[in-house]
Write a protein that binds this ligand. Structure first.
Ligand code: PLP
Length: 409
């Protein structure tokens, strides 16, 4: 019996460790113990690893080494950016309590802001998006007409569900015009699109290694010189007191190695993935009821993102059925306490909860092949047929039960 081909099409969730990263991790680990904050030789050797990696990361992202704060990943970077900057700005001027953000941000941003709203009197101004998920510049300008009460703006570089790229540089310019700093969650962009921190104008930028072939558990927040953050963690005062905690020398070595490999490959990899993505979209859009969501292929969309909604289906059921057929993908949005919720991104783009329920995200990455794409295209139509039959019979059972329930209430 031949083994079933497994098509991993969930790279936006996490991607495989690149060989360069694995090699760097192993080599650094093999050097033995050494805390980068220790003064002895082993500590100083580990410190060299951290500082060389900081220089490499900064160089690859158009930043200065002194602007890199190592963290544990995207969620921590977002929390440090939002909470740290909000507290610093509010403490300096108590009128600055407003946070401006797009309705399609990741939960690491959204939930952090909602927490600040509930417990630290933050006020939120949401900026709407168009049907492709792009923020409306006029709405952003209107919300920022008066910046005197604004603590910060947060606008993601590229969306994790539908792949839409946001006009970060224009938004940063707009925010700066009224004296407001901007954070961008670039977790899905770094390693997948050209990212230049200085040119973007952003004051803070979040990134996460496991999205571009580095290890899970390492990330960074780029902090423009002169930007003040109130630290979230108290401890050893590492990273100039902004982020206490022992630095992970092998993790940051592997992160720098992964990003170097990703950036070097980008000129060939971006068109390769875009072509695979277009092949995938051409195939899956043939399935009756499948509608492609997000921006047109091109600079406004991540090259590896393909997103569809399928009418009459639950995205969760489809992912199970596709998995059984050897295709690993996602609905793109998280469950809340195990209960599937319609994606806030799709709702902000104007879809109804019923349309949003049929969401499927295929995300391609550095290991993706034509065979993966073809497997997904071949598997979708039968999966949709089975999902529709199942939901039809569930709807039928519910329909038959309904008069009894209605009579009972
Ligand atoms: N921000 C975005 C846009 C993401 O896609 C993710 C992860 O999916 C995160 C933040 C969180 O990153 P991490 O998994 O490194 O905590």
């Amino acid at each position: 019996m031949t083994a079933q081909h497994r098509a991993y099409l969930d790279h936006a969730s996490t991607t495989a460790l690149r060989p360069e990263a694995l090699q760097a991790y192993v080599a650094e680990t093999a050097r033995g113990a050494g805390n980068p904050s220790s003064l002895h030789s082993a500590g100083r050797r580990a410190r060299v690893a951290v500082e060389e990696s900081r220089e490499a990361l900064a160089d690859l992202l158009g930043a200065r080494p002194g602007e890199v704060v190592w963290t544990s990943g995207g969620t921590e970077s977002d929390n440090l950016a939002l909470t740290g900057l909000y507290r610093a700005r509010r403490d300096a001027d108590p009128r600055r309590r407003r946070i401006v953000l797009a309705a399609t941000e990741h939960h690491a941003v959204l939930d952090c802001v909602e927490w600040l709203q509930a417990r630290e009197d933050a006020v939120v101004s949401w900026v709407g998006v168009d049907a492709t998920g792009r923020v409306d510049p006029a709405e952003l300008a209107a919300v920022l007409a008066d910046g005197t009460d604004v603590a910060l703006v947060s606008l993601m570089w590229a969306n994790n569900e539908v792949g839409t790229v946001q006009p970060v540089a224009a938004a940063a310019e707009r925010a700066h015009a009224v004296g407001v700093p901007l954070h961008t969650d670039a977790v899905q962009a770094v390693g997948h699109l050209p990212v230049d921190f200085t040119a973007s104008g952003a004051d803070l930028l979040s990134l996460s290694a496991h999205k571009f072939g580095g290890p899970v558990g390492t990330g960074a927040l780029l902090v423009r010189r002169g930007t003040t953050l109130v630290p979230l963690q108290q401890g050893g005062g590492q990273e100039l007191g902004v982020r206490s905690g022992t630095l992970d020398a092998p993790g940051v070595r592997a992160t720098a190695a992964a990003l170097r490999a990703a950036v070097a490959a980008l000129p060939g990899e971006a068109p390769r993935l875009a072509a695979l993505r277009d092949r995938l979209l051409a195939g899956v859009s043939q399935v009756p009821g499948a509608v492609v969501r997000g921006a047109e292929p091109g600079p406004g969309r991540l090259p590896g993102n393909a997103h569809v909604t399928v009418e009459g289906c639950e995205g969760d059921s489809l992912t199970y059925l596709l998995d059984a057929a050897g295709v690993e993908c996602s609905t793109g949005s998280a469950c809340q306490a195990g209960v599937p919720q319609p994606s806030h991104v799709l709702l902000a783009m104007g879809l109804t909860p019923v349309q949003a329920a049929g969401a499927l995200r295929f995300s391609l990455g550095w290991t993706s092949t034509e065979a993966d794409v073809d497997a997904a295209v071949a598997a979708l139509a039968p999966a949709v047929e089975r999902a529709r039959r199942a939901s039809g019979s569930r709807a039928g059972r519910a329909h038959r039960r309904r008069p009894v329930l209605a009579g009972g209430s």
